[in-house]
Design a protein around this ligand. Structure first.
Ligand code: ADP
Ligand code: MG
Length: 732
């Protein structure tokens, strides 16, 4: 990716956790990771190699060893990013590393111990403290969402029906890029509220999992915070800046152990860690810079992080390492991965006045509610002025004030008005009751009228109260800056933080300078060298040769390593492919031998692949639009009727004798009580014209509505007999 003025590279920091108790007890093999904090270097020792083999050195933006504090990592590497988010940039922090190396510890940490709070709780503090300290002409809206990607499915962790809910879909819009459709988003007004959101999500995550360790090592957790800030610009209009922050705890980067379970294997191979390997491919493609195509669309994770890698965002990657010798391979892979990510260039820019800012909607809604309340106030004032007696209402309306005060003012005046009105109506009612000149009926009517008026008044008041409550609820969602700015302790704390911030800034720039000096040193060494004698020159050059030779060996070893890794991963892929082919053959065997070809073809023809959801789907049998028209069309036998109807039933309707089964395809047959005539077998001799009921032992059937004769003569004769056979019979 070409560098341009506004581009900046992904910041990569590495953190190594301390040896745990089990690793310590394993003996003196000790730690394979050394760190140079001043230079930002990680030096990795291969426990299996001979001592003469050079160690591998990697340089990063910052490194944090086993003694590092959560706070140090935050102040140095995360704070600047959160500041950018508050200024309207998109920001992403993701933790990458093998399971058990401290990704969750770094991102979340131990919430209850202030020393061990991780990036996420510190970011909460940072955001809300910043808001409370900002100027009072700024309005903020903070929202949070929490999701996880497990087996390539996006799940909403804030959805109360998390367990049973369907996986969410990813969508893309020109304004906000890739987003998750129907994702819950909670407006948070304080640190406590956003912590609550985090807790709810964490619980949902734990509940859904049968084995939490296994689950968390295979799923990616994304906590998303959107900070919208509105501030009057030089043009006098309010401008909105939107910063989106993604806090990502990735799945464990280790190679998945093979379960060997048949069937499950297929599912695993098809889904597990697809996101992680896709992330690797995206990073490689971006770091390489030569390949034009970046495979973002290969997985859910890479689509969601599209902006963070090579897009409009500032990104920090925290790669976590374990120090134990048995994890050498994984540690080396992580370091290589992190090293590649350093080369990714992003083009962050401030998101100014985006179309989908929720803050704008809220502001408009609040303005609308305020206008409604003002209108009510004005109406009640009008009514008050219309009153003839006007007693008890001397106070004149004051000048309109802004915001909260105004809301309260309106409320107070409305209450006062209602109270006075009620008193007036009570008095009038009393007067009517005591009036002796009025008739009882007239009194009743007048009292009823007053009651109604009071009812109306109460309804009106209720409506106003509801409106006020809604107004207040909406307004409370917006955070206004500058509330505690005069707070003294706050001021001191602010100073302290600023100092810490400065120190962090200083140590960062110091490290950068050191790294630059080191790089320059190597380049300019020969320029400065002047030799007094040949001997000296030989010595110096031999030294240099040795140095370069060591470097060459390092690179050779690196190439060998990379080759080995390629061979290993190719073998693994081949193995997976073999297993998948075997599985496929098995499925084919079943299809070819146990599913009729026409059924198979039917299914095949209806299947289409949906790349959006990465799934095969059945096409509906009938196209949606023609379905409705088909529903409307009636079969030819039922024109004008409720349902298809036999000729016989039609005739029956026309006859109209019995309304009970009118329009039913039911025929009524009379019970034939004559015993079957079994004696006369010589029926051949009988004339064909002779009555069948008597001579042939055929049961006489007759409709309830037609005498047999008319049936015989009627044109419905044929259909009647066919109907007889086809329809259920009801004997009478
Ligand atoms: P991951 O999320 O990468 O699987 P965890 O964050 O769960 O790993 O860490 C595994 C264990 O190591 C936890 O018990 C955690 O407390 C501990 N740990 C990780 N990093 C550190 C650290 N920097 N300092 C102290 N303990 C750590
Ligand atoms: Mg974890």
């Amino acid at each position: 990716m070409s560098k341009n003025k506004s581009s900046e590279s992904v910041k990569v920091v590495v953190r190594c956790r301390p040896l745990n108790r089990k690793e310590e007890s394993n003996g003196p093999a000790g730690c394979i990771v050394q760190m140079d904090l001043r230079l930002g270097q990680v030096i990795l020792r291969n426990p299996r190699a001979s001592s003469s083999e050079p160690m591998k050195t990697f340089t990063f933006d910052a490194v944090y060893d086993a003694n590092s504090k959560q706070r140090d990592l935050y102040d140095e590497s995360v704070r600047p990013l959160i500041d950018s988010v508050l200024a309207g940039f998109n920001g992403t922090i993701f933790a990458y590393g093998q399971t058990g190396t401290g990704k969750t510890y770094t991102m979340q940490g131990a919430w209850l111990d202030p020393e061990k709070r991780g990036v996420i709780p510190n970011a909460f503090d940072h955001i809300f403290t910043h808001i409370s300290r900002s100027q009072s002409d700024k309005q903020y809206l903070v929202r949070a969402s929490y999701l996880e990607i497990y087996l390539e499915e996006v799940r909403d962790l804030l959805d109360p029906n998390h367990g049973s809910a369907r996986a969410l879909e990813l969508r893309e819009s020109p304004d906000s890029g890739v987003y998750v459709r129907d994702l819950t988003s909670c407006v948070c007004k304080s640190i406590k509220e956003i912590e609550e959101v985090m807790n709810v999500g964490n619980q949902a995550r734990a509940v859904g999992a049968t084995d939490m360790n296994e689950h968390s090592s295979r799923s990616h957790a994304l906590f998303l915070i959107t900070v919208e800030c509105s501030q009057p610009g030089p043009d006098g209009r309010k401008h909105i800046r939107v910063g989106r922050l993604n806090l990502v705890d990735l799945a464990g980067s280790e190679r998945q152990a093979k379960t060997g379970v048949q069937g499950e294997r297929l599912k695993e191979a098809a889904k597990i860690n697809l996101s992680l390997s896709a992330l690797g491919n995206v990073i490689s493609a971006l770091a390489d810079g030569r390949s034009g195509h970046v495979p973002y669309r290969d997985s859910k994770l890479t689509r969601l992080l599209q902006d963070s890698l090579g897009g409009n965002a500032k990104t920090v990657m925290v790669a976590t390492l374990g120090p134990a010798p048995q994890h050498y391979d994984e540690t080396l892979t992580t370091l290589r991965y992190a090293n590649r990510a350093k080369n990714i260039q992003n083009q962050p820019r401030v998101n100014e006045d985006p179309k989908d800012a929720l803050l704008r909607e809220f502001q408009n809604e609040i303005a609308r509610l305020r206008a409604q309340l003002n209108h009510r106030k004005w109406r009640s004032k009008q009514k008050k002025e219309e009153q003839v007696d006007g007693e008890g209402w001397e106070r004149d309306g004051e000048e309109e004030t802004e915001g909260e005060e105004e809301g309260e003012e309106v409320e107070k005046e409305a209450e006062e008005y209602v109270k006075l009105e009620e008193q007036r109506l009570e008095r009038e009612k009393e007067a009517i009751r005591e009036d002796q000149f009025l008739l009882a009926e007239e009194k009743q009517r007048l009292l009823g009228e007053k009651e109604r008026m009071m009812g109306d008044l109460r309804k009106e008041q209720e409506a106003t109260e509801q409106l006020t409550a809604k107004y207040k609820a909406m307004e409370s969602k917006l955070l206004v800056g500058g509330k505690n700015i005069m707070d003294h302790t706050n001021e001191q704390q602010k100073m302290l933080e600023m100092k810490r911030h400065e120190i962090a800034e200083q140590s960062r720039s110091e490290r950068e300078i050191q790294q630059q000096v080191l790089a320059q040193d190597e380049e300019t060494l020969e320029l400065r060298e002047t030799f007094t004698s040949l001997q000296q020159e030989v010595e110096a050059k031999t030294k240099k040769l040795k140095k370069l030779y060591a470097k060459l060996q390092c690179i050779k070893a690196e190439i060998q390593d990379v080759n080995d890794e390629h061979v290993r991963s190719r073998q693994e892929l081949e193995q997976t492919q073999n297993e998948l082919t075997r599985e496929l053959k098995f499925k084919y065997l079943i299809i070819e031998n146990f599913i009729p070809p026409e059924e198979k073809n039917k299914i095949m023809n209806r299947l289409t692949f949906d790349p959006e959801e990465d799934q095969w789907k059945f096409q509906p049998l009938v196209a949606a639009e023609s379905k409705s028209s088909q529903m409307k069309k009636r079969p030819a036998s039922a024109v004008g009727y409720k349902r298809p109807i036999s000729q016989f039933a039609r005739v029956a309707i026309k006859m109209g004798t019995n309304s009970r089964y009118r329009a039913e395809n039911i025929m009524f047959l009379e019970l034939d009580m004559t015993p079957p005539n079994t004696a006369s077998l010589d029926h051949q001799s009988h004339s064909v014209d002779s009555s069948p009921t008597k001579d042939r032992g055929v049961r006489k059937s007759r409709s309830w509505c037609q005498p047999p004769k008319s049936i015989a003569s009627s044109s419905s004769n044929v259909s009647l007999s066919s109907c007889h056979a086809a329809t259920p019979m009801a004997a009478q």
